[in-house]
Write a protein that binds this ligand. Structure first.
Ligand SMILES: Cc1cc2nc3c(=O)[nH]c(=O)nc-3n(C[C@H](O)[C@H](O)[C@H](O)COP(=O)(O)OP(=O)(O)OC[C@H]3O[C@@H](n4cnc5c(N)ncnc54)[C@H](O)[C@@H]3O)c2cc1C
Length: 308
């Protein structure tokens, strides 16, 4: 880590050592990372990625940590994009943004410019980079629906990839191993008033069905075309608690940290819910959230396959 710190100090980059990731994850859980780096803009991010790539240093990039459970202290450096300058470029109805911009901020900017298409995504607490990686979506709209191209860092190079060359599916993309630097989307021109109405409608629906509180959103994907919440609720698990983690009584697929929860409470509750659903329905639940730890197995799908 000393050589990394030397590089970061020399370039005056913002970073923290032995950083408690629970402080910044939306569920307020997680281990520590030896080094957490906050690039200020796309150029800084590129410089850091190039350095790690040249030195063959394994790393991971995160946005708002709204879909990841950090299950242990991490041995490798973490890059967090959500403090990056929110760069937005307009070209008629095409909009290019940096990966670290939040979806809510982007939706606000689009509304101010009378551009429509992302209203359903405005309540997802994600960065554009994380949302593209997961192909985040809500109310029938996925982020990939309006994607034109992404600028990515891959194998030491910056490459522009068009939407056609990426596969997107249900909470899935083939962006694993790429770092999204920027993305270009297309939108439709609509009246400000209509855009506000749509955002209000989706916000109302979201607040009606989803709980507030510290969470990672939906823990499990759909199975057999039925929401995981359906199975968990039918098992009578709403309100069931393991330590400080409780299954929301508003939405059974949301596991809430009531303040003093731990990673092991969360994992135990998951195991319990999975067993109940398997026993009662014969259905195996698959997680929508990603568990992040040090094992090669966990990180093997990331193509920066270098270990320090
Ligand atoms: C209250 C709540 C509500 C939610 N509602 C929804 C919803 O309606 N629909 C939905 O789809 N999801 C929802 N989510 C889940 C979550 O917000 C999404 O999965 C989102 O895409 C994660 O974005 P992030 O920036 O937080 O990514 P992170 O959680 O930080 O990372 C997720 C993955 O993306 C990768 N990644 C992050 N940035 C980049 C980058 N620049 N380049 C390449 N890879 C990157 C990470 O390595 C990781 O594998 C919700 C979560 C919460 C807490």
């Amino acid at each position: 880590m000393e050589i990394i710190k030397l590089f970061l100090d020399k370039n005056n980059f913002e970073y923290y050592e032995n950083f408690d990731l629970s402080l910044i994850s939306t569920i307020k859980l997680g281990g520590r990372a030896k080094i957490v780096i906050y690039p200020k803009n796309v150029n800084e991010l590129k410089k850091i990625l190039l350095y790690f790539s040249k030195k063959k240093i394994f790393f991971r990039v995160f946005g708002n940590l709204s879909n990841v459970l950090i299950i242990e202290d991490l041995d490798f450096p973490i890059i967090i994009t959500n403090k990056m300058k929110q760069e937005v470029k307009f070209d008629n109805n095409l909009v290019t943004v940096s990966a670290g911009i939040s979806l809510s901020k982007l939706c606000e900017i689009l509304r101010k410019n009378s551009l429509s298409g992302f209203e359903g995504l405005s309540g997802i607490p994600a960065t554009v980079g994380g949302a593209l990686y997961n192909n985040a979506g809500a109310f029938g709209v996925s982020i990939s629906d309006r994607l034109v191209s992404v600028l990515v860092f891959f194998d030491g190079k910056v490459v522009n990839i068009s939407n056609n060359d990426i596969k997107f599916g249900y909470h899935f993309s083939t962006l694993s191993g790429f770092v999204v630097l920027e993305a270009t989307f297309f939108f439709e021109i609509k009246k400000d008033y209509d855009i506000i109405n749509l955002i209000n409608e989706f916000t109302y629906k979201r607040n009606k069905t989803q709980p507030s509180g510290f969470s990672l959103g939906s823990v499990y994907k759909k199975s057999n075309n039925k929401s995981a919440g359906f199975y968990i609720e039918r098992c009578g698990l709403k309100g069931v608690r393991f330590g400080g983690i409780v299954i929301s009584s508003k939405h059974a697929n949301f596991f809430i940290n009531s303040g003093n929860g731990s990673v092991s409470d969360f994992l135990s509750l998951c195991g319990y819910a999975e067993n109940c659903v398997l026993y009662q329905f014969g259905v195996t639940l698959n997680t929508e959230i990603e568990k992040v730890g040090n094992s090669n197995e966990i990180n093997s799908r990331f193509s920066y396959p270098y270990k320090i």
